[in-house]
Design a protein around this ligand. Structure first.
Ligand SMILES: N[C@@H](CCC(=O)N[C@@H](CS)C(=O)NCC(=O)O)C(=O)O
Length: 214
């Protein structure tokens, strides 16, 4: 029995939803309301001391960091692998996915943005500029790397580990009006993924805790 405790607009929760969908693993979605800081309450932190989503629960065990969760899912359920077979391809998928997960997630996470506003009095415009600055710092070289690799609709033949990380980051970037005009490779992969039912079911717009669906 798989349960995913997440929040519709959390990019790390979105990663896990895509991974579970691509692997065709059935799961129950349990919303955690980040707006009311449910993730910091005792009921949640006693299970995940990091106090963040997603929390992945499988047969009574809790897994609490998204990249480790995705790698674990791929090992525990080897059918429909997210990582490609050849070691060099696995390297490339990890290189690009971890560039997003390690360089971008931390400076763009909600507590960091709140800290900029509350401790340093930064305006929404200034926070938007901060957001786009850090995005460009990683997405510019990521686009160049995709051009070097001469990618098609996806990084490899089918979407996997890299697209699991890319799509949520692009979704967030679009919320902050990041300009993808000079990023045709990223945009092409985004478009191809969003056409697939797995990505549509995983999308924040389709989640029960999205206020638009309530
Ligand atoms: N390194 C963690 C980061 C998780 C994370 O930052 N989750 C965000 C949502 S995308 C969150 O719960 N933020 C609320 C908070 O940290 O209070 C992971 O990859 O799972």
């Amino acid at each position: 029995m798989i349960r995913l405790h997440g929040y519709y607009r959390s990019s790390t929760s979105y990663r896990l939803r895509i991974a579970l969908e691509l692997k065709r693993l059935e799961y129950e979605y349990v919303p955690v309301n980040l707006l009311t800081s449910e993730q910091k309450g005792e009921a949640f932190t006693s299970r995940n001391p990091f106090g963040s989503v997603p929390l992945l629960e499988v047969d009574g065990r809790d897994y609490v960091q998204s990249m480790a969760q995705i790698e674990w899912l791929d090992e525990a359920f080897p059918e429909r692998p997210l990582l490609p077979e050849a070691i060099e391809d696995r390297y490339v998928a990890r290189e690009l996915a971890y560039a997003i997960a390690t360089e971008l997630h931390a400076p763009l996470n909600l507590p960091v943005l709140k800290y900029l506003a509350n401790e340093y009095g930064k305006s929404q415009d200034e926070i938007g500029a901060w957001y786009r600055h850090w995005l460009a710092r990683t997405l510019d070289p990521l686009e160049a790397r995709l051009a070097q690799l001469d990618t098609g609709e996806f990084l490899f033949d089918a979407p996997g580990f890299f697209e699991v990380c890319l799509l949520p980051q692009v979704y967030n970037a679009r919320r902050f009006e990041f300009d993808f005009g000079d990023k045709p490779h990223i945009e092409r992969i985004e478009k191809a993924c969003l056409a697939l039912p797995e990505f549509q079911r995983a999308h924040p717009d389709a989640q029960p805790d999205n206020p638009e669906n309530q």
